[in-house]
Design a protein. Sequence first.
Lengths: 669, 220
Amino acid sequence: MPIILLLSGIAALLILALLALFLSGRSSATSVVYGGGLLLSLGLLGVGAQHLLGNTAPLELSLPLGLPWIGAHFRLDALSAFFVVIVNLGAAVSCLYGLGYGQHAEDPSRVRPFVPAFVAGMNLVLLAADAFTFLLSWEFMSLASWALVVAAHRDPRSLRAGYIYALMASLGTFALLLAFGLLAGPNGSYAFAAMRAAHFTPAVGALVLCLVVLGAGSKAGLVPLHVWLPEAHPAAPSHVSALMSGVMTKVAVYAVIRIVFDLLGPPHWWWGVVLLALGGASALMGILYALFDADQKRVLAFSTIENVGFIFVALGLALAFRADGFQAAAALALTAALFHVFNHSILKGLLFFGTGAVQHATGTRDMERLGGLIHRMPVTAFCVLVGCVGIAALPPLNAFASEWLTFQAILLSPSLPQWGLKLLVPAVGALLALAVTLAAACFVRFFGTSFLGRPRSEAACGAEETDVFSRAAMLFLAGVAVLAGLLPGVVIDALGPVSSSLIGHQMPVQTSQPWLSIVPIAASRSSYNGLLVFIFIAMSAGIVASTIHVFASRRVRRAPAWDCGFADPNPALQYSASSFSEPIRRVFGPLLFLARTEVEIPPPGSMGPARLRVHLEDVIWQRLYMPVTGLVAGIADRLNVFQFLTIRRYLSLVFLALVSLLLVLAIWS
Amino acid sequence: MHGIAFDVAHLLAGCLVLVSFLMLYQDRLYSLLNTYALHAMVLFLSVAWQAYIQNAPHLYVTAGIALLFKAIIIPVALHRMIVKLGIHREIETVVGTGPTMLAGMGLVGLSLVVMLHAAAGADLMAREDLAFALSVILLGLLIMVTRRNAVSQVVGFMSLENGLILAAAGAKGMPLVVEMSVAFSILIAFIVIGIFLFRIRERFDTVDVQALDRFRGERQ
């Protein structure tokens, strides 16, 4: 029954998408589409949550759709149900935000029809239980999101982003197609149930793993397949960016978990190495990119790469532990990964909504032109602050809990028997620790430059608070983030069925622990209590603040500040986003970004300004993608000759091809 | 295998290959057309012989089509076309006769090697027949490739099609419908090509396909 409800909800979303096409001229279209989307997503969310928390057996359904000899198979198990919750929570809040934001978006009729279609596509991917349905829904999801990326089709940057995205998405789907081809085997058994029952040789397993990492990893944004992500996610309208960054990357994570943990059978220990290495590299590179960018939405997109890296590290750990038979540790790592999936989808949605509000209020996303918004947009500033604290993984918010769990799993790695893992896992742990600290710096910079200080432009000066729907969406997400941070045990217990269905083991029940602590392995080893930390922080901060107010405020005198010799400092002289990241750029820039600094000092006597120019280049784009594009363009140029041959030459080509094939046949036998 | 039946079939198929070789070095259009008529005549004899030894009356129909259309109507029509176009005096040499003949021999050798290997399990006669048919097809392609005049390219195409008919007649149990449809498609192709020839001529005052290439302004 729940699966029929889910499928009819998806069908209703598709009908809503069609309705949006017909309504495109009406003024009520925004309310109808986003209101309908909100209600439908809430319904889907309810069904998914009920199945996940009810801990019921997997449900299956096959419909006579699609290819006639296969049909369309659907399955709802704990893993699907968890991701249905993630997707529809994100979708519902996005629709709520869209109720306000969609009113004042430019050219909304190019966005509205695709939002419900995109949500429907993501839901279908989660329910699909055969390769054909899966790939069809996957491609539908990609196409709908592509249409949203190029919604602002008059901006050449969005067109370029759409082009790169289309290329990378086709590459990814192609890799997944090959992976499913290998999984289906020579008999062409495309149903997931048949794949689950089959046994694969190590070579096939390795090949499938690599193809899945290529296919789903490119959608999730793993380095070095991430190039499309920082272009495409910011190009879409903000509520769609939130969906793409917060939710669609999670659907890609779902694909990896479904294929690698569920369909591919028992893992080998080195499979974990692949995920660990790529995840560690993504975490570090993603946050470094984020630190050097001044565009708010690009910073968030790069931070998504970092978080996806984090999730993949946890998945790699789970694979490695599972291969070596440490089921409890594997359950811990997998739960950490899923918990982080939840946290990141909440926080990234919140932050993208915040940037959308700022962009609407000021017309810019450039941090160097913002500032002082905390006085003009207090609610948005508070919500973004919660998001920043959360995504920087500070206690007592939710991302701290999941990252802490990941580090607990990393600390268990010395018990692994393979020396490769024993050496690699601590190294990756160090990379993650570095990434987390850099993330904290990145989001201090993000919040500080945009919301604190003095406005750096007229637009920032005249900003106004955003509309009530947007505020409601942000406050709701901030509330969820705080609650999940204070009561992580509830979320961990909800994830139990997922981990027990995939690994056959689950983390100990947390809600029965005294004082709402979470104890991943044993109380003697480690425990964390978000509520106590929160109470401690609140009390100590309160005491310090009241002490200062009581004992120091009365002594404050207003007087001219010492102004370093500048009578009226321009707001542009404040500490800026690029000056904040300068020390970090000095360390990492020359190696990873080919950074060059040019200083132009005017000659003595000239009144011209001195200039400092910093050139950063994406080393992955330069060293990995440019040679490939150069090669393709070169080959295409050479082959272009064949378009302009004479008829006789074409005939000769056909003739030569025939003769050479016959020759091969003659020599072969 | 009846000795005489096999020998005659072998002889006629071999004659078809020989006539293909004759066509390879005809550099005047009239003589090329006459050789093509001879080619179709040999095909008629070969198919009729197959009909006789296979005891398949429908192959007589095929043979009749070959005689009527390919040996009489198409050569006469092309003859008149050449007179109308006024190109009966033209001489065309793209590749010299010697290299062309050598290439043709190589192709016949290749098709024999391929077919004798590929059809090793088949009936002896079908095998020989297929080998000769493939030779005729390859030689027809070679004629098309080495000619520049559109009319002689059409003739090369027709001789290629004769090779297909030979292969079809040798394989027992080929339904008549298939042969009929092949024959008609060839006829239609002939008509279309003929019309095109006149249109090309109207536009460019020549049927030398190089003129078309020059007109496109592209590299040779």
